[in-house]
Design a protein around this ligand. Sequence first.
Ligand code: IP8
Length: 265
Amino acid sequence: MKNLVIIKIGGSVITNKSSDKPVFRKSICLRLFEEIAMVKKKNNFDLILVHGAGSFGHPLAKKYRLNEGFVNSKTSRGISLTKQSMLKLNNLVLNELIVTGLDACIVETSAVATTTNRRINTFNLESVSNLINKKIIPVLYGDVVIDTKKGISILSGDQTAVYLARKLGAKKVIFVSDVKGIYDRNPKEFTDARLIREVNASNLRSILSAMRNHNKNDVTGEMKGKILAAKQDLAGISTIIISGLIPNSLRGALLDRVNGTRILL
Ligand code: IP8
């Protein structure tokens, strides 16, 4: 699919991730979809949306240790509650898409994917491509899925976005984060952290080794994961990280005016 763009919207953007209770950031979500709709009106491209879990998924997943697999008699309760909460978030996201005039359909990730040791094992791609062919935006999300080794696992939206990009041959993947992109140090801790505008073959090694020094940190951990995914699975696919908290960054990224980090590997 030559004209396919995949947008992964982080849970830290559309929810208040630091809250123990689920908190949806409706106005940010709406603005992001308005930016997409604005570009889509003038430019013809296919789109897949993937969103993260934020405070709708992570606190429950942690409480019931879902990342460790089917560990005890409380696991099934944890799955049930986490999925219920994610369905609420899906519905909130879908509402904003509908308000914006974007026609979309939720694809329950656990109904189409399984993992083996936390990596995608099977994926019913047709359930996604059939919607695209009908010009409907498939919306997937970070979910609890069946794992052939661990019983269950958490399949992150990042992994799903990267997998779909590779399998369906996307031309562009945009990660919408709560920071502007890849920094030389954690921007949430260091005010003088410097944004790296481009990650390429010549600076890749030094960037990754600088990140190793901060690997206990969430932000750099997530960003490192994105770089490694881009290197392994997104070679040749334009990969962009931007902040969803800065108005018009998503619109710019869709129009190739990147206010963030571009990964070219
Ligand atoms: O926020 C996590 O997905 P992510 C999914 O994309 C759950 O990492 C249920 C915690």
